[in-house]
Design a binder for this molecule. Structure first.
Ligand SMILES: *[C@@H]1O[C@H](CO)[C@@H](O)[C@H](O)[C@H]1NC(C)=O
Ligand SMILES: *[C@@H]1O[C@H](CO)[C@@H](O)[C@H](O)[C@H]1NC(C)=O
Ligand SMILES: *[C@@H]1O[C@H](CO)[C@@H](O)[C@H](O)[C@H]1NC(C)=O
Ligand SMILES: *[C@@H]1O[C@H](CO)[C@@H](O)[C@H](O)[C@H]1NC(C)=O
Ligand SMILES: *[C@@H]1O[C@H](CO)[C@@H](O)[C@H](O)[C@H]1NC(C)=O
Length: 278
């Protein structure tokens, strides 16, 4: 056994080797899991504040020592990434997954110099306090059907249509995820039965399906022969929504589905026009 002084020195050496601020200390062992909706909501507001201020440090204050960050499916230094550019947000919506302790946030900025539509998945440890992984897709001029003004115009039409679902009417998470999976599977298997809801709208970049009639359908065709792989989900039963970050053929992509009574009512997609490598 080490003498007390040696033990103290050993501890000091350990703490010197630990990551420097802003990384926090690890949570106490045995700390009760506390990954609540309220905490994840508060964390997502920190993310939005970081993006609004152009200050990644607001978010990295939550980062665990093993935190990883990717942007458009490439590992990057978060301090030099999208969060470093201050954005005025025309729109933001967050879904919350207390089972996985994760969130997905969609934001639209229509600023003259900073037109962006961004999707971000944030994953925390079991306490919900320490951010372990952030993945973001940043679409801009040149990406699939990109036009932030149009995306915002269509997204704004859906105000009030992605709200909380009364608990008795909520689908189980497996049902919500299966609806999204069926849609994603359709791109590589025309026999898949997709639970289409009606009316249904697809917002893909600045492109929108439907004309506002009660019969608007999302079943208006998808490309075939496109495997959609490497799916990372965030599922929110309260909002009836699943987001999947995927490799769409070869591209980094997000598909977000609003599901009601097991059926798909809205789809929002982001596709970055570069190939996923590695
Ligand atoms: C996010 O959207 C809500 C309305 O849904 C709004 O009240 C809030 O101010 C927005 N946050 C930011 C940072 O723009
Ligand atoms: C990363 O850090 C978090 C928080 O300390 C911990 O819960 C998690 O197990 C770590 N993950 C890995 C892969 O080490
Ligand atoms: C985006 O869409 C708006 C509204 O339809 C249009 O006025 C504008 O020219 C488009 N911008 C680009 C860069 O295509
Ligand atoms: C395609 O989907 C159908 C219907 O779900 C299924 O029976 C079939 O096995 C799928 N084919 C492949 C190659 O996965
Ligand atoms: C909407 O589109 C459908 C299908 O193309 C068409 O049958 C219907 O007449 C259109 N409704 C309106 C109000 O434009």
């Amino acid at each position: 056994m080490l003498a007390p002084l040696a033990a103290l020195l050993a501890l000091t050496a350990l703490s010197l080797a630990a990551p420097s601020p802003p990384y926090p200390r690890l949570p106490r062992q045995g700390a009760a899991a506390s990954c609540t909706r309220a905490l994840l909501r508060a964390n997502s507001e920190i993310y939005l504040a970081a993006q609004t201020a152009g200050n990644p440090g607001l978010l990295t204050a939550l980062a665990a020592p093993n935190f990883t960050y990717t942007e458009d499916a490439v590992a990057r230094d978060i301090k030099k990434g999208a969060l470093a550019t201050a954005l005025v947000l025309a729109h933001n919506r967050t879904i919350i997954d207390t089972t996985q302790c994760a969130t997905y946030t969609e934001i639209i900025s229509t600023g003259a110099q900073t037109q962006r539509v961004i999707g971000t998945q944030l994953r925390y440890d079991a306490t919900g306090k320490w951010l372990v992984k952030a993945e973001t897709l940043v679409t801009k001029e040149g990406d699939w059907a990109f036009n932030a003004t149009q995306t915002y115009g269509y997204a704004a039409r859906e105000d009030g249509l992605w709200d909380e679902i009364a608990s008795a009417a909520q689908d189980r998470r497996a049902v919500i995820q299966a609806a999204g999976d069926a849609y994603l599977d359709l791109f590589n298997n025309a026999s898949v039965v997709v639970p289409w809801g009606t009316p249904c709208h697809r917002l893909e970049g600045g492109w929108y399906t439907g004309n506002g009639s009660a019969t608007d359908s999302c079943n208006v065709g998808v490309p075939s022969g496109v495997p959609i792989t490497n799916r990372r989900y965030v599922v929110d039963e309260v909002l009836g929504t699943v987001d999947a970050f995927v490799t769409f053929g070869s591209r980094p992509d997000s598909h977000e589905f609003r599901v009601e009574g097991g059926k798909i009512r809205f789809v929002h997609t982001l596709t970055v026009m570069r190939n996923v490598t590695g």
